[in-house]
Design a protein around this ligand. Structure first.
Ligand code: SIN
Length: 283
């Protein structure tokens, strides 16, 4: 099948029309999506009508799937799907993460082998708000001022889930998790500049949701470096804003793209299914 691949912005992203992820066995389609992911960092697949099992099967073509650390937000019967949702059950409790990722981040960076990529499928979207911003961390790295690049080169950051929760309003902490579930959430140390294992390109690698500190620097020096890098990669030239359409599947490459969810009017539903593909240890 011929897929129509069109760039979405100067910064990053391509839209693919004509794909059908329900036909996950189709090698040509898989190759086209894979190529577009490596070239554009974010792939938007329009008009997908897929079941949880089909989303899982297509995602698995790219690698093993992660089970999200916030166990109560895994979809019942389909633990590979993280519910990103502000729907509530009959007791009024959230059924998923209603405000996941409100700060710039790359998924599961607190794992020793963080995610390769994530697929987010929109099943209900608010009339306005709730967009997702994506930043091209490869282009941002290439445009770094040499002095700032030298400050980041060879440095590592430690990531701890929950370390920044008060600042980024991550509602995960409001969920009831057992002590043993909390204790199973890993922590990790990763380079601030990483090399993409498939393209060989360098990117800034920095998650503001979970960063605890930059190793080998005082807290103030580390915060300063993180602020300078963040100010740089969030410039409009590196950012694409995705305005969701119903039944979009957005697939992003966590190895070279950061993302951030925008707020919306909580009286409206925003309900999405996310699969998260496991990746390699950053270097
Ligand atoms: C996420 O960080 O995976 C959620 C992004 C979003 O809800 O737009």
């Amino acid at each position: 099948m011929k897929l129509d691949v069109t760039p979405l912005s100067d910064a990053l992203g391509a839209q693919i029309v004509g794909a059908d992820l329900a036909r996950w066995q189709d090698d040509e389609q898989y190759e086209a999506v894979h190529r577009a992911l490596l070239e554009f960092g974010v792939v938007v697949l329009r008009d997908q009508i897929i079941t949880p099992a089909q989303q899982i099967a297509f995602s698995r073509r790219f690698g093993a799937l992660e089970l999200h650390s916030i166990v109560p937000c895994r979809m019942p019967g389909y633990p590979e799907i993280l519910l990103v949702s502000n729907r509530r059950d009959s007791s009024g409790a959230y059924t998923g993460l209603p405000d996941a990722g409100r700060e710039w981040h790359s998924d599961s960076n607190f794992h020793a082998k963080p995610s390769l990529g994530s697929l987010l499928y929109a099943l209900e979207i608010p009339h306005e708000g709730g967009d997702t911003l994506f930043a091209n961390m490869t282009a941002a790295c290439a445009a770094l001022d040499p002095a700032l690049k030298a400050r980041a080169a060879g440095r590592n950051a430690r990531y701890v889930y929950g370390s920044r929760s008060a600042e980024n309003t991550d509602s995960a902490l409001k969920f009831t998790m057992t002590k043993s579930q909390w204790s199973e959430i890993p922590q990790a140390v990763h380079p601030l500049l990483r090399t993409h294992p498939e393209t060989g390109r360098k990117s800034i690698y920095l998650s503001l949701t979970t960063i605890e500190r930059v190793e080998g620097l005082s807290a103030a020096q580390g915060d300063d470096l993180v602020a300078a890098l963040s100010e740089h990669f969030t410039q409009p030239a590196f950012v694409y804003r995705h305005r969701w359409r119903l039944h979009d599947v957005v697939f992003w490459d966590n190895r070279c793209i950061n993302h951030k969810a925008m707020p919306f009017d909580e009286r409206h539903a925003r309900h999405m299914h996310r699969t998260t593909i496991a990746g390699d240890r950053p270097y």
